[in-house]
Design a protein around this ligand. Structure first.
Ligand code: SAM
Length: 285
């Protein structure tokens, strides 16, 4: 049972969102944006490892990676574990959130903002993609849930994925957080449907995250291999070649098995026909 907030370390409002850093004895320090828990020090490794490693192990040789969102710096931390990565560009719309995370959540970024390969850009991730002439091996969307009037609404649409695909190199891959497969399974299914219009291989998957009190969805779209086709042996060999240490949740030997979904979610995936478009973006309900 989650106890209530014991202490508030920071509370403020930026140009884009309410920002709180709170502490409770169940989950440690928590980043909360617009009243929605983003991550907590007790179990953020599950979310950030599962957002990053199925995609980068599938890719097999990520050199230039773009992260959209990722305020805490934990997605950045996981990307920088790869010895093949020569640049990790993190574009977050809210510089104040990044500053708060750098100050109050060192357990999450672990100095990743200071890594010589890191390029931190403050701005809208979609606008950055539109204007850049760079190409990436992987794009990781670690943004807030799509909510009415929220800053990440247009990061989960057909037009966004088409733009992202145009900025990926041959064999490139995109992974995104896909909202809760328990509370928002139709949103998750719509994201899978929408990405399936753009990428030849799309896999939705989930992981249970205690502090979210929910299974959490992720969606990966690949221009190269089908993520679920990478065998345990291949994943282990790639992890060794790429210098990946033993982690806390993602395990290469289990790689293809992560793409299992429970029957309820599979049924909703089969029933949901919606596509998220700019004029009617998907949102969490
Ligand atoms: N782990 C969280 C989750 O599962 O919802 C997301 C973590 S992170 C705190 C979300 C980040 O997305 C925030 O730092 C926010 O500023 C950023 N963000 C939201 N909309 C964005 C946009 N359009 N471009 C870039 N960053 C954005």
């Amino acid at each position: 049972m989650v106890s209530v907030v014991e202490r508030v370390l920071y509370s403020g409002r930026t140009k884009y969102q309410e920002v709180d850093v709170a502490v409770n004895d169940d989950y440690g320090k928590m980043l909360v944006l617009d009243g929605k828990l983003q991550s907590s020090t007790s179990d953020e490794f599950i979310y950030h490892e599962m957002l990053v490693h199925p995609a980068l192990i599938t890719h097999g040789n990520p050199r230039d990676v773009l992260i959209i969102g990722g305020g805490e710096g934990a997605t950045l931390r996981e990307v920088l574990r790869y010895r093949s990565v020569r640049s990790a560009t993190m574009v977050d719309i809210d510089g104040e959130v990044v500053e708060v995370c750098e100050k109050y959540l060192p357990e999450m970024h672990q100095g990743s903002f200071r890594d010589p390969r890191t390029r931190l850009v403050i701005g809208d991730g979609r606008e950055y993609l539109r204007r850049t002439d760079e190409r990436f091996d992987a794009i990781i969307v670690d943004a807030t849930d799509p909510i009415e009037g929220g800053p990440s609404r247009l990061l989960y649409t057909l037009e966004f994925y088409e733009l992202a695909r145009s900025r990926l190199r041959e064999g490139g891959i995109l992974s995104t957080q896909g909202t809760s497969t328990f509370y928002n399974a139709r949103t998750f299914a719509t994201i899978v449907n929408t990405m399936s219009r753009v990428f030849p291989h799309v896999r939705g998957y989930q992981a249970s995250i205690p502090s979210y009190i929910s299974d959490w969805g992720f969606v990966v779209g690949s221009l190269g291999r089908d993520p679920a086709s990478v065998t345990p042996e291949e994943a282990e060999a790639r992890a060794r070649e790429l210098g990946l240490p033993e982690l806390n949740y993602y395990e290469p030997a289990h790689h293809p098995h992560y793409f299992w979904l429970p029957p309820r979610v599979r049924r909703i995936l089969a029933e949901e026909r919606g596509i998220s478009r700019d004029e009617e973006p998907v949102s969490v309900y």
